[in-house]
Design a binder for this molecule. Structure first.
Ligand code: BGC
Length: 388
């Protein structure tokens, strides 16, 4: 397994070096060539002849989550002594398409892509497939095309379920105000997170533990344990943050303006990820009628880990990006070798069942933050203040 990973890394890095140079580099110019040669089985000429290359496309640099992924890809690949080039789409499907086209023109054989808009990305994927390029959907599912070869992701149902469970575990009695927030409707994950959360919250709304403050669509559907995608879309349409901190803050503020004093006091906030959690938490913290809030999150972004230590965010769902990166690299090499990456299941993307592997996620709060993220070596203690 380790040998295979080293081989993969070597192949990938060689490909990325080729990409960075835009033209195939002479073998002698490839950095750390000897190191790579020691580790890998195929002869160098064989690698060059096969023009093995992989491109990575991530959605935006504006969210720490994707900077984390960039860093973890770089870390995994540079561990072997190479540079790595990763393209960002800056929240724009047109840029994403250009990125994919540019990678295709450079002769890549596999593209690892996390789409900005899961459905819009189908056009880029179809072009890649037409050019004989394999596509791995990374974290977010690319929809409405059967040309996605593989999907690496986390257990996104569990993400939403853990967020909701945290709110449930901290609620006492009945009649607790619940504010719902969701991700961008263009991201399939936003639906899955919400579905996971709804599966836990709906029975607790039905039994009176919570009542929904900020979505008439959710209130209209609150007796339904399972929602259709269209019903989920109707709710998400009212509570979307668009994965944007400013949108999240403005929405939370307008929800607070519309809320009565009775809807405040101790409140429960389903926030879909860390960036939006911080924005929503700040808005609720600034309202004098809110005496206490519980807010969920996701991604274990450093800023949110600090918020958790400081008691400003209640929890996050940690998704170990190192695992996702390793899964993506392993899948890329298997595809490059003409094989089918091992799948633990499949996700239907509207056009086909896409073979997938998904990783577990972990709830982190003040009680286990040090043990999980610092002692576990994911982050360094020096990155934070006030750690016990
Ligand atoms: C990812 C989350 C991320 C969100 C916003 C989702 O698809 O799974 O980790 O916080 O997008 O970028």
């Amino acid at each position: 397994m380790k040998k295979n990973l080293l081989k993969v890394l070597s192949l990938l890095m060689l490909g990325l070096v080729i990409l960075a140079a835009c033209t195939p580099a002479a073998p002698a110019e490839a950095p750390a060539e000897e190191e790579a040669m020691e580790e890998e089985a195929p002869a160098e000429e064989e690698v060059m002849e096969e023009k093995i290359a992989v491109g990575i496309v991530l959605p935006t640099k504006d969210e720490p989550r994707w900077i984390q992924d960039e860093a973890r890809f770089t870390e995994a690949l540079e561990a072997e002594g190479y540079d790595v080039e990763i393209l960002f789409s800056q929240g724009d499907s047109a840029v994403e398409l250009t990125n994919v086209q540019s990678l295709i023109s450079k002769g890549v054989e596999v593209i690892i892509i996390c789409p900005h808009d899961g459905t819009a990305a189908a056009a880029a994927v179809n072009q890649a497939a037409d050019a004989g390029v394999k596509v791995i959907s990374y974290d977010r599912l690319i929809r409405e095309t059967d040309k996605v070869d593989y999907y690496v992701t986390f257990d996104s149902i569990a993400v939403g379920a853990q967020q909701a469970q945290y709110l449930v575990d901290n609620a006492t009695g009945t009649g607790n105000p619940l504010y719902l927030y969701a991700g961008a409707a263009s991201d399939n994950n936003a639906f899955i997170f919400f579905r996971g959360a709804w599966s836990v919250l709906q029975p607790k709304i039905a039994d009176g533990t919570f009542y929904i403050v900020n979505s008439s669509e959710a209130v209209a559907l609150q007796d339904k344990a399972e929602l259709t995608r269209d019903e989920e879309a109707n709710i998400i349409g009212q509570i979307t943050t668009e994965w944007n901190f400013d949108v999240a803050k403005t929405l939370a503020e307008s929800n607070l303006t519309a809320a009565t004093a009775a809807d405040k006091g101790e409140v429960f906030l389903l926030a879909p990820n860390d960036g939006t959690a911080r924005a929503i938490a700040d808005a609720f913290a600034a309202d004098p009628e809110v005496t206490q809030y519980w807010v969920s999150g996701q991604d274990a972004e450093k800023a949110s880990v600090q918020y958790i230590i400081d008691g400003k965010q209640s929890m996050t769902v940690w998704k170990d990006v190192r695992t996702l990166v390793a899964d993506a690299i392993n899948a890329a090499v298997t595809l490059l070798e003409g094989g089918a990456p091992e799948a633990s299941g499949a996700y239907n993307n509207g056009a086909a069942d896409i073979p997938a592997i998904q990783s577990a996620v972990v709830t982190v709060d003040k009680d286990n933050v040090k043990e999980t993220l610092i002692d576990g070596g994911y982050y360094e203690a020096g990155d934070f203040t006030g750690l016990e």
